[in-house]
Design a protein around this ligand. Structure first.
Ligand code: LUZ
Ligand code: MOS
Length: 753
């Protein structure tokens, strides 16, 4: 199994923030935060704490030399609260001390007096009170109002989906090292080095070239470090700047879970209209997004919900409205899928309810309405190389939907305590940042005189294997051994103005940039080879497995010699290249355009068994046909599908973020927040690669993989609901994720008082 970091991980040699050997004299910071959900800060009592031996400084908003502002999309978020706090866990300041133990002890002794103000946690309530992050947004296509009259079946309903804790293995953290002339080097566990750099510069009141951000790897992120790694790095930078000492700030798990945002819970209304034979004519939805106290990435996440409102289906009349509601919870943030899963869950719920009313299986409606080449997505983009039907048909051929259905029915005929259900989940996920300008990347490649290669890009390795993919892309382009290639840290002085490694686009954007840089060097080397071999026809020369060939004939020249000769001939062995996704655009005034380079498709079939006595369930199997394009590395890609499925199932079934009436997080550790374990992942996962998928936008025809497979997890929800239906055919089930065993039990016996 090839993956750059595997050996180091297995040996425990991989370094994370907490493993870095810090310089002598490093100080440690701990954060103190609001204990109430909304109120005025009357007084922060720090005098006593200052006297604790080992405490070096207590920093609050008053100590910020630049601007106390960390908001990315909307400038509405302070680094440290000033007069008002808006959620439990909102940072108010930091204690900097000689040791982490002292810092934590000091934090516990800080007393803050508040005047409490009313708080709101529910997005619909916030909406009613006019508490919005931004004005509502509506995407529309065709004319839903004119379409309802033509529908034989119309269903309206409500759908709830819950939050989700990222639970990256490595908590948030950073080390800030002051350097000569006021410069600060920040080692950060971030998906977005430039966001850290830009924000640190703003808060410190310095120019961006005074801040260097360096990232080796992250112990997971899942979106939780796209925007919310910034705060902790900036706090460390502030302390380093103030005290002229290196400062380390790593959150412990409880602080991390309490202070950081999660996947956005949504509460949504839908109305779906179909012909009596199951063609969807119209779909209307309103999504109330629980944004938490500040905007963070909520506007972009809401956009992606709207983009994915129709999932894999062509619907001629659509109106979707997104409302980002401001509540007194930690600002919710990016999480694998970025609002897409929340959107897809609503249309799947609508289809489920329509099928229930029509007395047919949801799969009949799903199949009939799948997207086809030439169909227009409701935001104006035309589908090209659409694989929705191909994935479905291949899944049907391999896994035999009718047979699965029959097996489930046969099982249910002879069992009463246990019931089975199955559901199909087609996915269609747009690849590109929906903010078009972010779709850019660059790469800096050096070939050293011994033939070894160093590659820098903007990509962040967070366990997803992007470094291995970039290494493969460079190795294939130069036709040299991947072991000669080292992927360097992501560093803002080598690669500037980085987009976050997010939107599943890290390997596409940075891989393409690395290919362009490699080709540039290759072109120069081939010219040198032609000179060296006394051949005028450069086009006839190529490198294959480190040997130089002319017209398919092996010459005596090899890679290492060629590199040395090029150096002696004073030919540059370095290249910096830039890539921007071509053709994409989106008009935010009309909400139409062609925002995605391409879409990723797939079909997943899930079966589940419910214990109708206890409400427990098992996911028996998830079998998918997934459109990988031409996979650069099948092992990594299958890993991403398996992980996505487990994480998706977790979101929809087990993981329940709960708060007290006072806005305090109750599910604040793994004893109260249940993530999928070895018993709750599917007993069987089968992943089949869709063949013959082309993708000119991905390195070597590959497709993005990070986020799309998470949405197969939605199938688990409806497989469980179908099993419940088999047990209680007359019960109507509310669609409210997560579908925990408790909710299953209550749903099964809701008619019994
Ligand atoms: N981040 C972002 C994302 O800024 N824009 C996006 O469209 C996106 N999509 C998925 C995940 N992160
Ligand atoms: Mo993401 S949700 O691609 O950081």
């Amino acid at each position: 199994m090839r993956k750059t970091d595997i050996e180091k991980h297995v040996r425990g040699e991989s370094q994370f923030i907490d493993d870095i050997i810090v310089p002598e004299g490093t100080l440690y910071a701990a954060v103190f935060d609001s204990t109430i959900a909304h109120g005025k800060i009357l007084n922060i009592n720090i005098e006593e704490v200052k006297l604790i031996s080992g405490v070096r400084a207590i920093l609050t908003s008053k100590d910020i030399p630049g601007i106390n502002q960390v908001g990315g999309i909307i400038p509405d978020e302070t680094l440290f609260a000033e007069n008002e706090v808006q959620f439990v866990g909102e940072p108010i300041g930091i204690v900097v001390a000689d040791s982490y133990g002292t810092a934590i002890k000091a934090v516990k002794n800080i007393k803050i007096d508040y005047e409490k103000l009313p708080a709101v946690y529910d997005p619909r309530e916030a909406f009613e009170q006019g508490k919005l992050i931004m004005p509502p947004r509506t995407f529309s296509f065709g004319n839903v109002d004119a379409a309802w009259d033509k529908c034989g079946v119309i269903i309206e309903g409500k759908v709830e989906s819950g939050g989700q804790e990222h639970l990256y293995l490595e908590t948030q953290g950073s080390v800030a090292i002051p350097e000569e002339g006021g410069k600060i080097k920040l080692i950060s566990s971030t998906q977005s080095p430039t966001a850290v750099q830009r924000t640190a510069a703003r808060v410190l009141g310095v120019e961006m070239n005074n801040i260097e951000v360096d990232v080796l790897r992250l112990g997971g992120a899942f979106g939780g470090k796209e925007d919310q790694a910034t705060h902790w790095a900036v706090m460390a930078a502030l302390a380093a700047h103030k005290l002229s000492k290196p400062v380390k700030l790593v959150l412990n798990r409880m602080d991390d879970i309490r202070m950081t945002g999660k996947r956005h819970p949504y509460s949504s209304d839908y109305k779906i209209g179909l012909t009596s034979d199951g063609k969807i004519l119209a779909f209307e939805a309103t999504y109330f997004q629980n944004a938490g106290a500040f905007a963070d990435l909520s506007p972009a996440i809401l956009d992606r919900t709207l983009f994915h409102a129709t999932n894999s289906y062509y619907i001629p009349n659509v109106k979707a409205t997104g409302i980002s509601c401001k509540t007194n919870l930690p600002p919710n943030t990016a999480f694998r899928g970025f609002g897409g899963p929340q959107g897809k869950f609503v249309i799947e719920a609508a289809i489920y309810k329509a099928a229930e009313k029509m007395g047919i299986d949801a799969s009949e409606i799903q199949r009939k309405n799948l997207f086809k080449d030439g169909n227009i997505f409701y935001y104006g983009q035309e589908a090209k190389n659409c694989q929705a039907e191909n994935c479905w048909n291949k899944a049907d051929e391999l896994y035999q939907i009718e047979k699965v259905k029959k097996e489930v029915e046969d099982f249910n005929k002879v069992n009463s305590q246990f019931k089975k259900g199955f559901a199909i989940m087609p996915i269609c996920f747009g690849i590109s940042f929906t903010n078009s300008f972010l779709n850019q990347a660059s790469s800096l490649i050096h070939v050293y005189t011994d033939g070894s290669v160093g590659v820098s890009t903007a990509a962040i390795e967070m366990g997803q294997g992007v470094n291995e993919k970039i290494k493969l892309a460079v190795s294939k382009t130069l036709s040299i051994d991947p072991d000669r290639i080292k992927i360097e840290t992501t560093n803002t002085t080598r690669i500037a103005n980085t987009s976050p490694t997010a939107a599943s686009s890290g390997a596409d954007l940075n891989g393409n940039a690395a290919i362009i840089a490699s080709k540039d060097i290759l072109d120069r080397l081939l010219k040198v080879a032609a000179q060296e071999l006394n051949i005028t026809d450069v086009a006839g020369i190529k490198i294959s497995n480190e040997h130089i060939f002319h017209k398919e004939v092996k010459t005596d020249l090899v890679w290492t010699d060629l590199v040395r000769i090029a150096y002696q001939k004073r030919v540059s062995l370095s290249s910096h290249a830039y890539y921007a996704t071509p053709e994409i655009y989106f008009d935010k005034t009309t909400n139409t355009g062609s925002p995605f380079a391409y879409h990723v498709y797939g079909t997943g079939i899930t079966t589940a068994t419910v214990d109708c006595l206890r409400g427990n369930y098992t996911i028996d199997s998830v079998k998918v046909v997934h459109d990988f394009g031409k996979s650069l590395n099948p092992v990594i890609d299958i890993g991403q599908v398996e992980g996505g499925i487990a994480q998706g199932i977790g979101w929809l079934t087990l993981e329940e973020v709960s708060h007290s009436n006072e806005g305090k997080l109750l599910s604040n550790s793994l004893s109260t927040y249940k993530i999928p374990d070895i018993y709750s992942v599917p007993k069987e996962i089968e992943v089949c690669f869709l063949e013959d998928s082309e993708n000119q936008y991905g390195p070597f025809n590959s497709k993005a993989i990070g986020e799309p497979p998470l949405m197969y997890g939605i199938g688990a929800y409806f497989a469980i609901i179908n099993a419940m239906k088999a047990c209680r055919p007359n019960n109507e089930f509310v669609i409210s994720a997560p579908l925990t065993p408790e909710k299953v039990l209550l749903g099964l016996y809701s008619d019994i008082n």
